[in-house]
Design a protein around this ligand. Structure first.
Ligand SMILES: Nc1nc2c(c(=O)[nH]1)N[C@H]1C(S)=C(S)[C@@H](COP(=O)(O)OP(=O)(O)OC[C@H]3O[C@@H](n4cnc5c(=O)[nH]c(N)nc54)[C@H](O)[C@@H]3O)O[C@H]1N2
Ligand SMILES: Nc1nc2c(c(=O)[nH]1)N[C@H]1C(S)=C(S)[C@@H](COP(=O)(O)OP(=O)(O)OC[C@H]3O[C@@H](n4cnc5c(=O)[nH]c(N)nc54)[C@H](O)[C@@H]3O)O[C@H]1N2
Ligand code: SF4
Ligand SMILES: [Mo]
Length: 696
């Protein structure tokens, strides 16, 4: 238990920044009760994007930071792999063991056998990305980052050339139509809703494109419940109408785009009737949406990640980014689109990531193909040595990765040495040889870019960490010292790295940034709207992207926006399409340990269209089996209106222990890379569905 406020002592309020993997990167106000204890967390008004609003799960962060199950001391495995039999060990000995094992494995198999594995449990750049400095200095296997943004980034950049766009706050004030495409911000980005609802209150229309009736869709004037993986077809049919009915802005197209005549001729063949058969949306509804979009003066599209998580996700994202380009909506205040602002920050990442010592000839492994890699599939290993040693920070692959059966088989390998640096005994940590206890964001210093807004924010440590928890930066530097890795970054504190990085980047120093509550890196109107050109040498938006720039399987891709039919289509054996969507009060597998979130999310549940339920004789609460060649899971059924027949939605990346057979939704999802060159396809899964046999 943590201490209560001393009688009469008012808690202090101190600023911080939310580190979680969420585009909002909210500015926070934290109640500090004493040097070890926090109270409520609130959204700060110092940032006009956060505007005083944060999600409920972070508001009650005291539940997480003061959780009785936090790891507080280093542990060494003393039973079989995965048995959770651990004994305490000192930090000194634990780090020695990790360094000895890494050195021994590298001696036997070469340095590429070690694969530092991380993700975005914290989005702080020093604590998250320092692992690359160790990787680069030691020539450990390199990293192809694919679990989250790869398909969406590639699709967005294919047309515009850069990951930036028009600010949603501007759209909230000026747009007359906001389209939330392929995301559920009521669950995942609460601040998007603040600004979208402000626009709606002003009279703007709200359209939501999502396979099921989410909380976001419920607030829309028009909801388009598209079949998963068919947004490219929908976008083409909308463009068909825009060209056919005179909504295309030809002077803009001639000045700002590469191939408008070819595009117009191409989409002339892609009518709403054509798209009806692919998307399952009535042609009339597509026509209605296209006309709304065409008639709006300053239509704005908020592109989300959700609709990119299919094999054709990059093509679909690119197709959607073409819409405001056809109408020239980019020219108007509040018009255009945004997917993320990450490229606005002029940050030099060399010191943090050790880019100056990176060797491009070292093997690069695909993050999302962890399962195939660990079970030794030759194509996944790129012809190199097996992976026999890993350091895992900020991620829980035993739950979040596709093809979980392979992931678990791999993590259980006796010849794999695994060190997991964690805040909790996650299902990944349970497989470890060494477990190290990690700090939480309020217990260390770091700085943060955002994707949803443009403010760069520094946050200071607020309270002391419990027990022997140490920050990621400490682990990286101590391993570097033991392994003989040399780089200036290993000799500096987190704060020194921040200051030096900011100085090299021409930005405010860390203290100034902290005092002023963040440095806004927003670009001027002309640039944000690409009116001084798109981010290509010829300054033209590309309707015909050069997919070959990305390598991989680009030859198979369509040259113009289209329905790229490489998805895991329904078949007679697997007649349902599964969407593995985010839950409101979990964040990936984080917060699955907090009582408030567990209470709200209840249990893994399949949302099924009522007629499908009737056809299968299912009532709410019945146990159902979902399966495919990769695995089967048992969950509870719930009838849900507002999605097409044949679509099933399962919200939340529940830990595997919540499932009868000990394996969760990612037992069903595929590790096949999206096109052209990687990207996880979490919402692109065909499954069978049947009433489960009675439980034993
Ligand atoms: N509460 C909560 N917040 C989160 C997360 C969480 O798990 N829980 N995860 C965080 C992370 S890591 C990320 S990357 C962001 C992601 O956040 P966003 O970029 O906002 O995207 P999501 O909300 O994940 O998108 C999910 C929605 O996409 C829809 N979708 C799936 N397939 C398709 C499709 O083919 N077409 C269309 N049109 N829609 C489709 C799903 O039905 C679902 O409603 O959210 C972050 N915030
Ligand atoms: N079925 C399905 N699967 C998905 C998705 C989906 O929509 N559906 N979404 C995918 C997406 S978008 C993403 S981004 C991935 C995310 O997957 P992960 O990146 O694995 O995210 P989390 O499950 O939240 O795990 C983050 C872990 O980092 C730990 N952590 C947090 N801060 C720190 C720190 O400072 N130091 C250390 N050492 N550890 C820390 C937390 O305790 C937590 O266990 O999941 C993917 N998996
Ligand atoms: S909305 Fe996202 S960034 Fe804001 S507090 Fe919640 S998790 Fe953090
Ligand atoms: Mo993500």
């Amino acid at each position: 238990m943590h201490a209560k406020t001393a009688p009469g002592a008012a808690p202090q309020t101190v600023p911080s920044v939310c580190p979680h993997d969420c585009t909002s990167t909210c500015a926070l106000e934290v109640e500090r009760i004493d040097g070890h204890t926090i109270g409520r967390i609130r959204g700060s008004n110092r940032n006009s994007y956060t505007a005083g609003v944060i999600c409920e799960k972070v508001a009650r962060y005291a539940e997480r930071i003061h959780h009785p199950d936090r790891l507080t001391q280093p542990l060494r495995r003393v039973g079989p792999k995965g048995s959770k039999q651990f004994a305490p060990v000192s930090w000194h000995d634990a780090l020695d063991i990790v360094a000895e094992q890494f050195a021994a494995k590298a001696q036997t198999h070469g340095s590429e056998t070690v694969w530092p594995y991380y993700y975005a449990g914290t989005m702080g750049l020093v604590q998250r990305d320092g692992i690359h400095r160790l990787r680069n200095a030691m020539k450990y296997s390199r990293w192809l980052s694919t679990i989250c943004v790869a398909l969406a980034d590639n699709g967005w950049n294919a047309g515009t050339g850069a990951k930036r766009g028009v600010d949603l706050r501007e759209a909230a004030e000026h747009s007359d139509l906001i389209v939330i495409w392929g995301g559920n911000p009521v669950n995942t980005q609460v601040n998007v809703m603040t600004h979208a609802m402000a626009a709606k209150k002003r009279g703007a229309k709200l359209v939501v494109v999502d396979p099921y009736r989410t909380g976001t869709a419920e607030r829309a004037d028009l909801h388009l419940p598209v079949r998963p993986g068919t947004d490219g077809a929908l976008a083409c049919a909308v463009m068909h109408v825009l060209f056919a009915e005179g909504f295309a802005d030809w002077p803009y197209l001639r000045a700002y785009t590469d191939a408008p005549d070819e595009l117009a001729a191409h989409v002339a063949q892609r009518s709403p009737q054509w798209a009806e058969s692919i998307t399952g949306l009535p042609a009339q509804t597509i026509l209605e949406f296209a006309r709304m979009f065409g008639r709006a003066k300053n239509a704005f599209i908020r592109c989300h990640h959700g609709f990119s998580r299919s094999r054709n996700g990059a093509v679909n994202m690119h197709a959607v980014s073409c819409l405001p380009t056809v109408t020239g909506a980019w020219q108007h205040k509040g018009g255009g689109a945004v997917y993320g602002h990450t490229s606005v920050y002029p940050l030099d990442r060399t010191l943090i990531e050790g880019l100056d010592v990176a060797d491009p000839s070292v093997r690069e492994l695909d993050q999302s193909r962890l399962g195939p890699i660990l079970v030794g599939e030759a194509d996944a290993l790129k012809g190199g040595p097996p992976v026999t040693a890993m350091l895992v920070q900020n991620t829980n692959p035993a739950v979040v990765c596709p093809e979980l059966h392979k992931v678990h088989r791999g993590l259980a390998r006796e010849d794999l040495f695994l060190c997991v640096h964690e805040q909790f005994m996650t299902e990944t940590a349970a497989f470890a040889d060494i477990v190290l206890p990690a700090t939480m964001f309020l217990e260390h210093d770091d700085f943060y870019t955002a994707s949803g807004h443009t403010s760069f924010q520094v946050a200071k440590k607020v309270v002391a960490a419990p027990g022997q928890c140490r920050e990621n930066h400490y682990v990286i530097c101590e391993l570097a010292r033991r392994l003989g890795a040399s780089h200036p970054g290993f000799e500096m504190s987190a704060w020194e790295i921040m200051d030096e990085t900011l100085a090299r980047s021409g930005m405010w120093d860390a203290q100034t940034n902290w005092e002023r509550g963040g440095q806004d890196c927003a670009l001027p109107f002309e640039t944000a709207h690409f009116l001084d050109g798109f981010a290509w040498p010829d300054k033209k938006f590309r309707f015909k992207p050069d997919w070959s720039m990305l390598g991989g399987r680009w030859r198979e891709m369509p040259t113009l926006p289209d329905h790229f039919d490489v998805i895991d289509n329904a078949t007679s054996d697997r007649p349902y399409r599964l969407v593995a969507a985010p839950a409101r009060t979990f964040l990936n597998s984080t917060f699955t340990e907090t009582p408030g979130s567990l209470q709200r999310e209840k249990r893994p549940t399949a949302l099924i269209e009522p007629q499908d339920c009737a056809a299968l004789g299912l009532s709410d609460g019945d146990r159902v089996t979902l399966g495919n060649a990769r695995g089967e899971i048992v969950v509870h059924a719930k009838a849900r209106d507002g999605q097409q027949r044949g679509v099933i939605v399962l919200e939340g990346i529940w830990p595997n222990r919540h499932f009868e057979d000990g394996m969760g939704v990612n037992a069903l999802t595929s590790a096949e890379p999206g096109y052209p060159n990687g990207g996880a396809v979490f919402h692109d899964t065909a499954v069978w569905l049947r009433k489960a046999q009675p439980a034993d």
